[in-house]
Design a protein around this ligand. Structure first.
Ligand code: KG4
Ligand code: ZN
Length: 331
């Protein structure tokens, strides 16, 4: 089965073709980062309009590069949510229309399920069951994964997502959007011994997270050291270490609590080098193994949607001609 995947939930147009036998045949991504940069964040209306401009040309490009004609697609998967409603509806409308025209089934995929399954696109993928840490701009979750569609939420952020905390810290420090990579880069020049930030909710049992207090702590430290140029890098370093430590502590707890030995990390923040290093150390100590997507599939992409959709379509799931987007959608 050969599935076309369409991701338009936020500010990246991601297109891919996944074949259940041959694997990933092609993928392309158009990032709107430059479009939104001057506004310091994603402008939903501009995002929708740009998805309208880019989705069909990108589909054509990926089909050409993977030698797939119109008759070669057996199903279409699109991100149905969560995300920006207008942006989601662009992808859903195009997916449904093409599916109708080509006479193939289409399926709406949960964006976080896409992230969750992204490491399975790599050689030597994780076997079920595993614990997944999903860390993106909108979500921070620990999930016990028994199989496709069999997800048990172990813990989640009660307020800001980890990526959102990175983005807000970047804004505070006068860095651009998206903030995660910029904070990580500045942190490289920071002195790890200068500030110590709290590791929120690690002193009590449970697997939930909270990052909004850390944001306030960062703001207060910044205000106290205004004008001190080195303090910006030191703050970035202390902030990154606090987030990484907090995520690692909860991952260890999740492994111990479930007795599982496979840990999957996905979503934009899983591209963070410090987080990867910390979790590799943790895995060694816990005799567990960590699985990451390749860097380009940590952040939003079409390949993860094509893959997740392929699993569901192959299992016989499909939908009627109606479609909708869901701005909010529990996993
Ligand atoms: O998964 P993603 O592309 O989109 C959502 O589904 O939200 O994640 C984007 C988030 C942003 O908050 C971005 O700042 C963060 O991932 N991010 C990073 C890094 N690369 C992206 N955070 C920390 N370190 C990075 N290297
Ligand atoms: Zn995402």
């Amino acid at each position: 089965m050969r599935v076309l995947g369409i991701e338009t939930s936020c500010d990246e147009t991601g297109i891919a073709i996944y074949d259940s036998e041959a694997g990933l045949l092609g993928h392309a991504l158009y990032s709107q980062v430059a479009l939104h940069a001057e506004f310091g964040g994603v402008v939903p209306e501009l995002a929708s309009r740009d998805h309208i401009r880019k989705t069909l040309p990108l589909i054509r490009e990926v089909m050409t590069h993977s030698n797939t004609g119109e008759g070669g697609i057996d199903g279409i998967a699109y991100t149905a949510g969560p995300g920006l409603l207008g942006a989601l509806l662009v992808g859903a409308g195009i997916a449904r229309s093409l599916a109708y025209g080509w006479g193939v089934p289409a399926i709406g995929v949960h964006h976080m399920e896409g992230h969750l399954l992204a490491p399975m696109l790599e050689p030597d993928p994780p076997e079920f069951p595993f614990v997944a840490l999903l860390v993106s701009g909108g979500h921070t979750m620990l999930v016990r994964v028994e199989g496709i569609g069999r997800y048990e939420l172990l813990g989640e952020s009660l307020d800001d997502a980890a990526g959102e905390a990175f983005d807000k810290t970047a804004k505070l420090l006068g860095l651009g959007y998206p903030g995660g990579p910029a904070v990580a880069k500045l942190a490289e020049q920071g002195d790890p011994a200068r500030f110590r930030f709290p590791r929120p909710m690690t002193d009590r049992p449970g697997l939930d997270f909270s990052f909004s207090g850390l944001k306030t702590f960062t703001l207060n430290t910044y205000k106290k050291n205004e004008g001190d140029e080195q303090a910006r890098a030191d703050i970035a370093r202390a902030f990154e270490e606090a987030v990484v430590d907090t995520l690692a502590i909860k991952c260890r707890r999740a492994l111990q609590q479930t007795g599982l030995t496979r840990l999957v990390i996905a979503g934009g923040v899983s591209a963070n080098t410090q987080l990867r290093a910390k979790l590799d150390q943790l895995a060694e100590k816990e005799r567990a193994r960590v699985y990451y997507p390749r860097l380009e599939f940590c952040t939003d992409n079409g390949a993860m949607i094509a893959f997740a959709g392929c699993q569901r379509l192959a299992a016989g799931q499909h939908e009627s001609l109606e479609f909708t987007g869901r701005a909010r959608w529990p996993l």
